[in-house]
Design a protein around this ligand. Structure first.
Ligand code: T3D
Length: 258
């Protein structure tokens, strides 16, 4: 049968495609574990500089596959700790930029996944629903952490309580995505964006991601200390030398080396 995650590497960009299109890529355990495994493999692969997570067909991810829950031999807590939580931790902790390319509806844990990217690119017809309350569950997979940081407590609560659909225009306005592209050129735009990101200094971006993630939960004092430590690692790296040399020579820096 078809793999639940499709993987393709082009020009330093590893694209991982959720592949259960007839279910709007609703997540079963196989999909969640395979995606986490693929992210770990992308981390380890020196040919990969940027990871894109997207969906096949008209949906991005409709969240937990509700056909897969009954008869399960795990509690909810066990299930989250086994599947969604390692996925979100791996994605956010990855030492490479992760782009979530939201091609269609992102619902429930699929919305959390859409929000978890370092960069979030949306197709014009994409949408996001904090759908959990429709089935009387609590937002999970990081939605309770991501959303209030993006829109504030009150808007987050309203989106969660009413489970209203947020369209791409509104998502851009609310800060739930960085860019919106027309549906018919979406895949090409995502690849072009990801290639731009892949040309940036990979080591510096890895440290930047570390610093930002720590700063999201820390104090200014902690951020200043962390920046001072990470700046040493960045400053000692060849990327920094290349950046400064290129600036002085009035040429573009070349941050991709074999
Ligand atoms: O550990 C745990 O298990 C807890 C974890 C929870 C995490 C969660 O994500 S809870 C939230 C689970 N997700 C949902 O409740 C979303 C359910 N789906 C919807 O509300 C709607 O499908 C959408 C708003 C996402 C999209 O609506 P629409 O009208 O564009 O599409 P549709 O016709 O509803 O769906 C198309 C097909 O996908 C349809 O199948 P069919 O009729 O063509 O055979 C539909 O049943 C199927 N589908 C959509 N979402 C799911 C699904 N099948 C299983 N699970 C789904 N989540």
């Amino acid at each position: 049968s078809e793999p639940v995650i499709l993987g393709d590497t082009r020009a330093g960009v590893r694209t991982l495609t959720l592949n259960r299109p007839d279910r709007l890529n609703a997540a079963n355990d196989a999909l969640l574990l395979a995606l986490t495994e693929e992210l770990r493999a992308a981390e380890a692969d020196p040919a990969v500089r940027v990871v894109v997570v997207t969906g096949a067909g008209r949906g991005f991810c409709a969240g937990q596959d509700l056909g897969d829950v009954s008869g399960r031999d795990m509690t909810f807590t066990e299930h989250l700790n086994h599947t969604y939580n390692p996925l979100i931790r791996t994605l956010r902790g990855l030492g490479k930029p992760v782009v979530t390319a939201v091609n269609g509806v992102a619902a429930g844990a699929g919305a959390s996944l859409a929000l978890s990217g370092d960069i979030r690119l949306w197709a014009q017809s994409a949408s996001l629903i904090e759908v959990f309350s429709n089935i009387a569950l609590v937002p999970d997979s990081g939605s309770t952490w991501f959303l209030p940081r993006l829109v504030g407590y009150h808007r987050a609560f309203e989106l969660m309580a009413l489970a209203e659909r947020v369209n791409a225009e509104e998502a851009l306005r609310l800060g739930l995505c960085e860019r919106v592209y027309p549906d018919d050129t979406f895949r090409e735009e995502v690849q072009a964006y990801a290639e731009r990101l892949a040309a940036r200094p990979a080591h510096a971006l890895k440290l930047t991601k570390q610093a930002l993630n720590a700063a999201m939960t820390g104090t200014l004092d902690e951020a200043l200390d962390h920046e001072a430590r990470l700046q040493q690692l960045a400053g000692d790296h060849w990327e920094h030398e290349e950046g400064v040399t290129a600036f002085k020579a009035r040429r573009a820096p070349e941050f991709v080396r074999e």
